[in-house]
Ligand binder design. Structure first.
Ligand SMILES: Nc1ncnc2c1ncn2[C@@H]1O[C@H](COP(=O)(O)OP(=O)(O)O)[C@@H](O)[C@H]1O
Ligand SMILES: [Mg+2]
Length: 262
């Protein structure tokens, strides 16, 4: 449901131009700016008993082309962080700079457009649309972002081909294995060529074969230049990433400002 809700939000977002990208950190000569810069991010949920301080000042930089795993116990703020990074919710304090654009300065429509253009999201439980084929699930994401139907279908077919699922293009999610469903969800997340792929426990609902399938795919995407931030509980899965950052009680254990100029 979260997925279709966000699709509707992006579909309504209109096409107002975004401000020119202004990198928050000056990259070295020729170096692309980081895909993601997070500074001092705070989020408190108002709960019935006491407020929950889910994020208590998070600093994180993810460089262009990096594959980062985020690990931490249940309730440590991982999903909250990903939601804020994806623009699905607003922080109370702090900044999120995506592809050089400060998101907190954007109105809802521009934020939705930035998200649609730059962020791909993968969830633990796939969130595919049951009555649509694999191809339709992937093509829908491109359609919502404004692609013409023929273009969207071609892009979806190319992605399913790259992800080894072309022969499954006509199948509905129920006919696919868990690993295959998640690969379709990843294809959907890639439909608009996001600069940043965010994944929240993408192997959490899979058996070990399915998890290996998905991790292989992330490794391959990373090798082809995709920037990835992946939340996982599994040390094995995290071991497939280039770098691991750890979160506990809403703070990263080592405030991570790598990628900053010295
Ligand atoms: N919508 C919400 N309302 C109230 N509390 C929430 C909400 N979402 C998350 N929390 C609380 O915020 C904390 C962090 O949650 P979450 O980001 O989901 O952690 P994780 O993904 O690491 O398990 C937890 O204590 C959780 O119960
Ligand atoms: Mg979570």
């Amino acid at each position: 449901m979260a997925v279709s809700a966000s699709y509707e939000a992006t579909a309504r977002a209109g096409d107002a131009p975004l401000p020119d990208a202004v990198p928050e950190t000056a990259p070295g000569p020729g170096a692309p700016p980081p895909e993601l810069v997070v500074r001092g991010l705070r989020k408190t949920y108002e709960a019935e008993t006491a407020p929950v301080r889910a994020l208590r000042g998070v600093d994180l930089t993810v460089g262009h082309g990096e594959f980062v795993a985020l690990m931490g116990p249940s309730g440590s703020g991982k999903s909250t962080l990903l939601h804020l990074l994806a623009g699905l919710d607003r922080a109370d304090e702090g900044s999120v700079t995506l592809a050089g654009v400060r998101t907190e300065e954007l109105g809802a429509a521009r934020l939705a457009r930035l998200r649609r253009r730059h962020v791909g999201l993968v969830f633990q439980f796939f969130h595919l649309i049951d009555h649509m084929s694999a191809l339709e699930n992937v093509a829908l994401a491109a359609l919502v972002a404004g692609a013409k139907p023929a273009e969207a279908t071609e892009r979806a077919r190319d992605l399913l081909d790259t992800l080894g699922l072309l022969e499954k293009q006509g199948e509905r999610p129920a006919a696919l294995s868990g690993g295959q469903r998640q690969r379709v969800a990843i294809a959907r997340a890639l439909a608009n060529r996001p600069t940043l792929l965010l994944a929240d426990e993408p192997t959490g609902a899979l058996d070990s074969d399915g998890a290996a399938e998905v991790l292989d795919l992330f490794t391959r995407l990373h090798r082809d230049g995709q920037t990835i931030l992946m939340v996982t509980h599994s040390a094995d899965v995290a071991g497939g990433a280039q770098r691991i950052v750890r979160i506990r009680d809403g703070v990263l254990l080592d405030a991570d400002t790598s990628g900053e100029p010295s």
